[in-house]
Design a protein. Structure first.
Length: 211
């Protein structure tokens, strides 16, 4: 006890002396730390509480209660491990939901009389949009109804089943933009789930019933 009081007194005296001489607090500590006696005193003040703490924990561990304390420590460690694993699983699921949101499985739908399929970029932008025949699932392309007219309407014809499909009074680029907006609307309103279910429930394509 006397040594601890002497140590604190030495440190306080050193700081007071340094400040009296016009030094800053950090400079005062540096001056004391560079002095062998002062650095030993500071080290003693730091080490003593640590050793006391270790001694207290050791005495608690070896002490006897209705249940041995070491068993309580083991149970505490097991609980901590379980908690860390639970937090890790929740964090992993959260990251997966952020990195791969559930609506990214929405890759096809039936819009304006045609089946449309697409892909998503990482930021959710739709690309690789393509149209398919709703009867036999054959990919179709747009053709100008009046090839020699500017801004001619477009139509879709299925080469597989021979059907002439929908006709649109707009360009293919404008039609694709409209399909993207419809798909994005379904995602925003969370209607994509019911639309996916309805699309999956459609009867299978039948290529034998050609016109």
């Amino acid at each position: 006890m006397e040594y601890a009081l002497w140590t604190r007194s030495a440190i306080y005296f050193g700081i007071a002396e340094a400040l009296t001489n016009g030094a800053t607090m950090s400079a005062a500590f540096k001056r004391i730390w560079s002095d062998p006696v002062g650095s030993a005193a500071i080290a003693a003040l730091i080490v003593a509480p640590i050793l006391w703490g270790f001694g207290y924990v050791f005495d608690w561990l070896v002490a006897k209660t209705t249940v041995s304390n070491w068993i309580l420590v083991c149970l505490f460690v097991v609980c901590c491990i379980s908690l860390v694993k639970t937090v890790a699983r929740v964090r992993e699921r959260t990251l997966k939901a952020v990195i791969f949101p559930p609506w990214k499985i929405y890759l096809a739908d039936y819009f304006l009389g045609l089946v449309w399929r697409w892909s998503f970029f990482d930021d959710g932008t739709i690309y690789d949009l393509a149209a398919f025949c709703p009867y036999d699932d054959y990919q179709v392309v747009s053709l100008d109804v009046f090839p020699h007219r500017i801004n001619s309407p477009i139509a879709f014809h299925c080469e597989s089943c021979g059907r002439t499909l929908e006709e649109f009074n707009e360009s293919y680029d404008e039609l694709q933009r409209r399909i993207r907006r419809l798909a994005q609307q379904a995602i925003r309103t969370d209607a994509w789930r019911s639309r996916m279910a309805a699309f999956a429930a459609r009867p299978p394509p039948d290529s034998t019933a050609a016109k």
